[in-house]
Design a protein around this ligand. Structure first.
Ligand SMILES: NC(=O)c1ccc[n+]([C@@H]2O[C@H](COP(=O)([O-])OP(=O)(O)OC[C@H]3O[C@@H](n4cnc5c(N)ncnc54)[C@H](O)[C@@H]3O)[C@@H](O)[C@H]2O)c1
Ligand SMILES: O=P(O)(O)OC[C@H](O)CO
Length: 327
């Protein structure tokens, strides 16, 4: 998206072959097969060179890093940034750092902003935030319109993201509710697995709508208990991303659920190395819910099917047999 409007967008890729394909053929055959990338987009596999590109750019008001790695790589990449960043003084121009990660650490139950704060502490010029919302990478790469949310404690972060993306096909909204946005992004993946299972079982569109609506209630319950704002969950990072991921065929989390509903095993589905963050964070969401004394029945059902050998049909029956309650 950035490279469609400006000439200084640079991707850091771990794999030099991937960087070469982006530079020479304007293609990313592994992750975005068949899509022509903007010729202005350049790539490097040299981590230090990528950071220098941000710090040495012509406009100090324009320093933006977007971390598009899965949750499993977030701490590691932040530590690499911490090691490579020079010691800037307190008056240095800000560097804005956004992450796209949607999940919870399966071991420590930490949220992305907590992982970033630990790995990159005490840098007053570093402004951080989360970039989230309904956004299949493939559609963004095709140049189709997308609306996203940036959440950061410092309003500068939202403004920097808005300025950077202005003129592209991406429209950025701002909020300060980092926790709410992160809970929305992580939990919608669990709900997308639930909707996929329901669709894989051919339970119909009524069932899917029920799971989306009650799933949103569940996401909001956990998010508010953790300090998020209730109205964040009817915004792009809540309802918007939930609807997209629970219904869009491009969703990998939904695809995992559909395949399970059709009778495949989780091990078999994930054997190709697909990133489906909902699988990695469902247990952590369940544990956080229990710690806060919350009822998260759909999350429990997804955990039962993914990890405890509960048959999908049994999980549906258990959800329907719960005691009646007010909406
Ligand atoms: N793909 C999407 O449509 C999309 C949209 C919005 C948000 N997200 C979220 O963004 C995050 C990244 O998703 P993705 O689909 O781009 O993941 P991905 O699995 O496609 O990986 C993205 C890139 O990160 C690299 N990577 C993986 N582990 C790494 C590590 N340890 N260190 C450095 N690089 C590493 C990969 O090689 C790849 O180039 C996820 O949390 C996902 O939920 C994805
Ligand atoms: O493919 P998924 O299920 O990880 O979803 C991708 C994005 O998070 C959608 O906003």
């Amino acid at each position: 998206a950035l490279a469609s409007a400006r000439s200084d967008a640079l991707i850091w890729a771990r794999d030099p072959e991937q960087a070469r394909a982006i530079n020479q053929q304007h293609l990313n055959p592994r992750y975005l097969p068949g899509i022509d990338l903007p010729p202005a987009l350049r790539a490097t596999s040299d981590f230090d060179a990528a950071l220098a590109h941000v710090l040495d750019g012509p406009d100090p008001a324009d320093r933006l890093i977007v971390l598009g790695v899965p949750m499993a790589g977030l701490a590691d990449v932040c530590r690499r940034i911490a090691q490579a960043l020079p010691a800037l003084g307190p008056d240095a121009a800000p560097v804005h750092l956004l992450w796209t990660c949607k999940g919870i650490s399966p071991d420590t139950h930490e949220w992305p902003h907590q992982i970033v704060a630990q790995a990159l502490p005490d840098r007053p010029w570093l402004r951080t935030g989360v970039l989230s919302g309904p956004s299949f990478a493939r559609e963004v790469a095709q140049g189709l319109p997308v609306a996203l949310t940036v959440a950061g404690r410092d309003p500068d972060t939202t403004r920097a993201a808005q300025a950077a993306f202005h003129g592209t096909r991406a429209r950025i909204y701002g909020t300060r509710d980092v926790m709410g946005v992160e809970v929305g992004g992580a939990l919608k993946n669990v709900m997308a697995i639930a909707c996929g299972i329901s669709d894989g079982l051919r339970l119909g569109t009524n069932a899917r709508a029920a799971l989306i609506t009650r799933g949103l209630a569940e996401i909001q319950r956990l998010g508010v208990a953790l300090g998020g704002q209730a109205d964040t969950f009817i915004g792009l990072a809540g309802l918007g991303d939930l609807v997209l991921t629970a219904t869009g065929e491009l969703s990998r989390n939904r695809q995992v659920g559909v395949a399970i509903g059709q009778g495949r095993t989780l091990e078999d589905i994930l054997a190709g190395g697909m990133t489906a963050e909902g699988v990695r964070c469902a247990r952590a969401a369940q544990a956080l819910g229990r710690r806060h004394g919350l009822d998260l029945p759909i999350t429990d059902a997804v955990c039962g099917v993914l990890f405890d050998g509960v048959a999908p049909t049994q999980a549906v029956a258990a959800l329907l047999a719960r005691d009646p309650r007010d909406e």
